[in-house]
Design a protein around this ligand. Structure first.
Ligand SMILES: Nc1ncnc2c1ncn2[C@@H]1O[C@H](COP(=O)(O)OP(=O)(O)OP(=O)(O)O)[C@@H](O)[C@H]1O
Length: 723
């Protein structure tokens, strides 16, 4: 075996040297051709192909490939080694490929093949291709140097396949402040999602750490490769929960050689489309309210404003009012520019309701008014007496202005706020009593009070955009080829329905985890709410239950939290076989806790290759306090992460649990895990679960007095009492 490994290493080393020489030769040849700057179209196309090749070769040179698959296609001679890399590499003198792009159909075998001697197959553009896999090999190359060769399947060897060794090696590494690509270790269940067809709305329920975010980003790279004639990077969009999270994931797409994909939060995107006509109420205040501790924490049922305004019922109500407005928008009067001449109401209504039916509402208004103006000019042409003509012109223009005032040009916000008035406070004529009753009184008051300051809550944004699309339509450049919604459990059905209007062919990747639905005051309760928005034949539901982030100990412990918080716990995470230290529980508060935390930070920093560490607390105030204590104890350079943060710096951070969602840290220290901060409810269990599952390698929990019922009595070799 030893000598087998040695010869494999030597074989691969030689092959790598040969590939690099060939690539360098190719790159030099391309660089020797002076860039074409002329106007000949054909030459321009050729230059752009050459430039792409130069870029792709330069990008691939340090690590040309990461895998090898020896595949014997049925009916073809002998097994051929296929080298798989982040991008395809041609030979310098022929279009034959030395390295195959990981997204190519044949490369799917590298991911979907998980061992066994039976025939394997993959889908190619010409149909299913069958054959036998002889060898599956992982290679680690860094800066052109071969560092590791691991065979995960060898048909000719008696040795057992060590399928997961390479994955475990990868998962055991420390992380920095950015998410990384996983091309070399994509798992079969992840690959199935990455390669799913374009015109489907995929809803993916994945446990914490199952790779949802990572898979979504790889899927974008795949779609761009596979459907290059149909989709463009600039027309793809990722919605993520915060700008800090966007910063955290910003490294993956460039690593995959993909650029220019729009990345935003729903609020930023919406405010931009609304021309910043409204301001968002301070989100930190809302978070303080919803994540208040103990008895101060509000109930999160369907009467919560976000649940109400985010529901499809609310969307239907709004739709009904927009339809009623559409029916009654045209002033019910003839247009009489001067005595004796009139444009009948019926004619104006016909223009509006028949001729311009397909235009959005405010465009229709513009068109009708412009047409009345033209009619007026024609009527004036019929008047020959100069002095009369002048007088009619003045009078006609004034009457047209008056007419326009009876038919106001609403902005989305201008219209929206009118809908919350009652008949008593001057509601618009088409707002019925039933419409009035539909809105809970306190919500009406809150919406109107905020509206006076031109302020809205996040849950008002989807309704505002819905009005916008009915008023102004959606221009081509606002329609996406593909839309990714990460942390989708925090999205409302209304938001997703709205995004569906902006997305071509229902092409979506919607990812989330209901067990992490800590924003239950606004998000979905079950995925059917979202799936029902798409036709059955165009939607697909996937689950990811394996968790790759955390050690077995951490996952077993986090699962216990869910079991204690839910009468019927949701699908529990299945860890990969990666073992670490047991989760530690310790009693500490006040100065003793501060001392423990400072000690842990210092110890962490002394470790070789120390990665990231986070102290997680329930509230922003508590984080500020702990941060100050750490600084006072001499722990310089500790980052405090609070709402509104734009960047994640890595290193050591103090973070409210709700802001840590989506991120990960090598070590996590969770404080105040007592009955007050984490009561035995599903909602608090989700919060604590989020906190625990942020840890890759090490998790410690501290409590004052009693431990929270969500962790009390947890027993097993995956947990131990701390000193
Ligand atoms: N196939 C894989 N190979 C190597 N690492 C992986 C693989 N899949 C996921 N990971 C790693 O697991 C971690 C979690 O991934 P990611 O953040 O995408 O998961 P997630 O499901 O979005 O998590 P959460 O819901 O908790 O935010 C990352 O460090 C990622 O690199």
């Amino acid at each position: 075996m030893e000598s087998g490994l040695q010869s494999a290493y030597l074989e691969e080393k030689e092959r790598l040297e040969h590939t690099i020489q060939e690539m360098e030769r190719h790159l030099e040849a391309l660089q020797a051709i002076p860039p074409y700057t002329g106007h000949d179209m054909t030459e321009q196309v050729l230059e752009s192909i050459r430039e792409n090749k130069r870029r792709s070769l330069a990008h691939a040179l340090p690590e040309p490939y990461f895998g090898r698959l020896d595949f014997h296609e049925t009916g073809k001679p002998g097994p051929a080694p296929l080298y798989i890399g982040k991008s395809g590499v041609e030979k310098s003198d022929s279009p034959e490929l030395m390295v195959i792009d990981w997204r190519a159909p044949v490369a799917s075998l590298f991911y979907s093949f998980t061992g066994g001697t039976e025939a394997a197959s993959y889908d190619s553009p010409d149909g299913v291709v069958q054959g036998l896999v002889f060898l599956k090999r992982n290679l680690v190359i860094r800066k052109q140097i071969l560092q590791r060769v691991v065979d995960t399947f060898d048909r000719e060897s008696d040795a057992m396949a060590v399928t997961d060794e390479f994955l475990l090696y990868r998962l055991g590494e420390n992380k920095d402040n950015k998410l990384r690509d996983i091309v070399s270790t994509i798992q079969a269940e992840q690959d199935a999602i990455i390669r799913a067809g374009k015109n489907h709305a995929l809803v993916i329920q994945g446990v914490a750490g199952s790779g949802k975010t990572t898979v979504a980003l790889h899927r974008l790279a795949y779609l761009l490769y596979q459907y290059r004639d149909q989709v463009k990077a600039e027309k793809m969009i990722i919605f993520a929960p915060s700008r800090m999270f966007l910063d955290y994931i910003s490294g993956v797409l460039p690593e995959l050689g993909v650029g220019h994909i729009q990345q935003t939060t729903f609020a930023d995107w919406a405010l931009e489309l609304l021309n910043h006509e409204v301001k968002l109420a301070d989100p930190a205040q809302a978070l303080r309210h919803w994540f208040a501790v103990g008895a101060a924490r509000p109930v999160m049922d369907d009467t919560a404003p976000g649940r109400f305004k985010g529901s499809l019922r609310f969307m239907q109500w709004l739709d009904g009012l927009l339809n009623a407005y559409e029916q009654q928008a045209v002033p019910q009067t003839d247009f009489v520019p001067w005595d004796g001449v009139k444009l009948p109401y019926r004619t104006i209504r016909d223009w509006y309701a028949v001729e311009y039916k397909h235009e959005p509402l405010m465009k229709r208004r513009e068109r009708v008014l412009a047409r009345i103006k033209r009619w007026l000019e024609m009527e004036l042409d019929k008047v020959w007496e100069v002095h009369l003509k002048k007088d009619y012109k003045k009078r006609g223009s004034a009457r047209l202005r008056d007419y326009g005032k009876q038919w106001p040009a609403y902005t989305p916000f201008g219209f929206y706020k009118e809908l919350f008035r009652t008949a008593e406070s001057g509601a618009l004529p088409f707002v019925s009593e039933a419409d009035e009753r539909f809105i809970p009184e306190d919500l009406r008051q809150a919406t109107l009070t905020a509206a006076k300051k031109k302020q809205v809550q996040p849950d008002d944004l989807a309704p505002l955009l819905y009005i916008r699309q009915r008023f102004e339509g959606i221009h081509g450049d606002l329609r996406f080829d593909h839309t990714v919604i990460d942390e989708a459990q925090d999205f409302s059905p209304f938001q997703v329905a709205l995004l569906a209007l902006h997305t071509k062919n229902g092409s979506f990747s919607i990812l989330g985890d209901l067990s992490q639905g800590i924003h239950a005051y606004q998000g979905v309760r079950d995925w059917h709410e979202l799936l029902s928005l798409f036709p059955e034949e165009n939607r697909a539901y996937f689950t990811l239950n394996r968790s790759y982030r955390s050690t077995m100990e951490i996952i077993y412990f986090a699962n216990e939290v869910l079991k204690r918080g839910f009468a019927e716990p949701p699908a529990l995470a299945v860890p990969v076989f990666r073992s670490g230290e047991p989760v530690e529980l310790a009693q500490a508060d006040g100065p003793a806790l501060a001392q423990r935390l400072a000690g842990a930070v210092q110890e962490h920093r002394q470790r070789e290759g120390a990665g990231t560490l986070a102290v997680l607390a329930r509230t922003e105030e508590r984080c500020r306090e702990l941060h100050a204590q750490l600084l006072a104890a001499g722990c310089d350079g500790v980052n405090l992460i609070v709402p509104g943060q734009q960047q994640y710096e890595g290193g050591v951070s103090v973070v409210p649990v709700y802001m840590a969602k989506g991120l990960e840290f090598d070590s996590v220290l969770l404080v105040d895990v007592d009955p007050v901060h984490y009561a035995q409810t599903a909602q608090e269990a989700k919060l604590l679960y989020v906190g625990c599952t942020r840890a890759l390698h090490e998790l410690k929990l501290f409590y004052s007095g009693e431990p929270s019922p969500l962790i009390a009595g947890v027993q097993g070799d995956f947990v131990k009492a701390g000193l």
